[in-house]
Design a protein around this ligand. Structure first.
Ligand SMILES: Cc1cc2nc3c(=O)[nH]c(=O)nc-3n(C[C@H](O)[C@H](O)[C@H](O)COP(=O)(O)OP(=O)(O)OC[C@H]3O[C@@H](n4cnc5c(N)ncnc54)[C@H](O)[C@@H]3O)c2cc1C
Length: 380
C-alpha cells in the first residue's frame, strides 16, 4: 500500500513526468510520481531521438502557411527547450548522446525547394535560423546524400539525443533529489474532496493538493477522470535501427520527398523513422507494419544511398501523443484547480525539458516562465 499523502502527484514516468519530478524535488517539494509500467517504457524511451526545431516539412505542406504561423509560439518554445537540452548532460553528469550538429532537409524538385523557402521565411519570423542551400553547398555539407538532391535547407541548432539514456538518468537524478517514484501502478481514478484530490490506484489511494498529468498518449483518460475533455490521442508509430557502421552522418536528416528522419547514433547504428505508422493488433498491442517498414527504408535509401547496404537490425513501435493542430495542452486545468496538464505532442521528446520546466513552475504555484496564450490549447 502506498503512502497516503503527497503535496504533488505526477502521473506518468516519461521524459516530462521524470524531469518535472526532478525539478520539483530539487526545490524541496514533496513529490510522488506514479507510473503504470516501467519508467520511460512508452514514447520517451522508444522515440527516434531527434531534437527537432524547424517546422516539420510534411505538415507544412499539408496544413499550409496559416497553420505554420499559428505554430510559431511552439517554435520559440522548442528553441528554449533546445537550450535546456544543451545543458542537460552537464546537469546530470551523463552521456545522453546529445549532439546538436544541425538538421538538414534534402529536396529533389523545384516545387519542394519553394516549400522549403516559404517555410524558412516563417521560421525566421519566429527567430529560428534556417539556411537555404544550393546543390553544391548541400552536397559539400552532406556528401553522404544522394546526388539527385537539387538543394535543401539547414537548421544549425537541431540534432539528436539517445532516448535509452535520457529517462534512466533523469529517474536516477529525480530519486536522488528526493522524489518518490512508484512503478507498475496505474492511476485508475481521481476523486475530488474539499481542497484536495484523491488519486486512486490498485495499490491504494493518495491524497494530494496538486496533480501533474504527464501521461503522454494516455493523458485523455486522466482528463476524463476529472471531467475534462483533452483533445489528445495516441497514434501508433514505428522506428528501425540498422547495424552499426563507420560514422558518416553527423546531422539529423529529413527529406522533402516524404516522411523521413535519419540519424546515426554514437555506436554507428542509423535510426530511421519520421512518422511511419505501426499497426494495432488489438487491446493496445502494437506490431510493426511491413508496408511502413519498406516505405521508410526505401525513403531512407533514396536520400542516403549507403543505407541500402546496411542491414536493418530491429524495428519497434510505440504510441505517440498527438493533438490535431500540433499545439500542446499545457497549463492548469480551468475546471480542476491545481491540476497541471503537461502534454507536448508529436515532438514531445524535443520539447520535454521546457514542458517540464513550465509544469514544475505551475505545480509550485509560480507563473509560467513562458506565455501560454497562443501556445497552449488550454488558453484558446
Ligand atoms: C516511435 C516514436 C518516435 C518518436 N520520435 C520522436 C523524435 O524523434 N523526436 C521527438 O521530439 N519526439 C518524438 N516522438 C514523440 C515523443 O517521444 C513524445 O512526444 C514524448 O516522449 C512524450 O513524452 P511524455 O513524457 O509526455 O509521455 P510518455 O513518454 O508517453 O510517458 C507517459 C507515461 O505515462 C504513463 N501513464 C499513462 N497512463 C497512466 C496512468 N493511468 N497511470 C500511471 N501512469 C500512466 C505511461 O505508462 C507512460 O510511461 C516519437 C514518438 C514515438 C512513439
Amino acid at each position: 500500500m502506498m503512502q497516503e499523502n503527497a503535496d504533488i502527484v505526477i502521473i506518468g514516468g516519461g521524459i516530462v513526468g521524470l524531469m518535472t519530478a526532478r525539478l520539483l524535488a530539487r526545490e524541496g517539494a514533496d513529490v510522488l510520481l506514479i507510473e503504470a509500467g516501467d519508467l520511460g517504457a512508452e514514447a520517451s524511451g522508444a522515440n527516434a531521438g531527434s531534437i527537432h526545431l524547424q517546422i516539420q516539412y510534411p505538415e507544412f505542406v499539408s496544413y499550409g502557411e496559416d497553420w505554420a504561423r499559428a505554430y510559431t509560439p511552439c517554435l520559440r518554445f522548442l528553441k528554449t527547450s533546445l537550450a535546456l537540452w544543451q545543458d542537460l548532460p552537464g546537469e546530470l553528469w551523463a552521456d545522453l548522446g546529445v549532439t546538436l550538429a544541425g538538421g538538414l532537409i534534402a529536396a529533389r524538385t523545384e516545387a519542394q525547394m519553394a516549400h522549403i523557402r516559404a517555410k524558412s521565411v516563417i521560421e525566421a519570423e519566429a527567430g529560428i535560423e534556417t539556411r537555404i542551400l544550393g546543390r553544391d553547398d548541400l552536397l559539400r555539407l552532406a556528401p553522404y546524400l544522394s546526388s539527385d538532391a537539387i538543394g535543401g535547407g539547414f537548421c544549425p541548432l537541431e540534432g539528436k539525443a539517445n532516448p535509452l539514456q535520457v529517462t534512466p538518468h533523469l529517474a536516477g537524478s529525480a530519486a536522488e533529489a528526493g522524489a518518490r517514484i512508484v512503478t507498475h501502478t496505474r492511476v485508475t481514478g481521481i476523486a475530488r474532496q474539499t481542497g484536495a484530490y484523491v488519486v486512486e490506484t490498485p495499490r491504494g489511494a493518495v491524497r494530494t493538493g496538486r496533480i501533474v498529468n504527464a501521461a503522454g498518449a494516455f493523458a485523455g483518460r486522466i482528463g476524463a477522470m476529472l471531467g475534462t475533455h483533452l483533445d489528445i490521442d495516441g497514434f501508433p508509430l514505428q522506428v528501425t535501427v540498422t547495424e552499426p557502421v563507420a560514422a558518416f552522418i553527423p546531422h539529423l536528416v529529413y527529406s522533402a520527398a516524404g516522411k523521413l528522419s535519419l540519424k546515426q547514433l554514437a555506436n554507428g547504428g542509423c535510426v530511421i523513422g519520421g512518422g511511419w505508422p505501426a499497426r494495432e493488433r488489438g487491446n493496445g498491442v502494437l506490431v510493426t507494419d511491413p508496408k511502413s517498414l519498406s516505405g521508410n527504408m526505401g525513403m531512407a535509401a533514396g536520400v542516403v544511398p549507403a543505407i541500402a547496404a546496411s542491414r536493418a537490425l530491429r524495428s519497434w513501435t510505440a504510441w505517440v501523443n498527438g493533438t490535431p493542430d500540433w499545439r500542446p495542452i499545457l497549463g492548469e486545468d480551468p475546471n480542476a484547480p491545481g491540476v497541471i496538464h503537461a502534454l507536448f505532442p508529436w515532438v514531445g521528446f524535443s520539447a520535454g525539458p521546457m514542458t517540464a520546466t513550465v509544469a514544475a513552475a505551475l505545480a509550485l504555484g509560480r507563473p509560467s516562465p513562458v506565455g501560454l496564450k497562443g501556445l497552449s490549447l488550454l488558453y484558446d
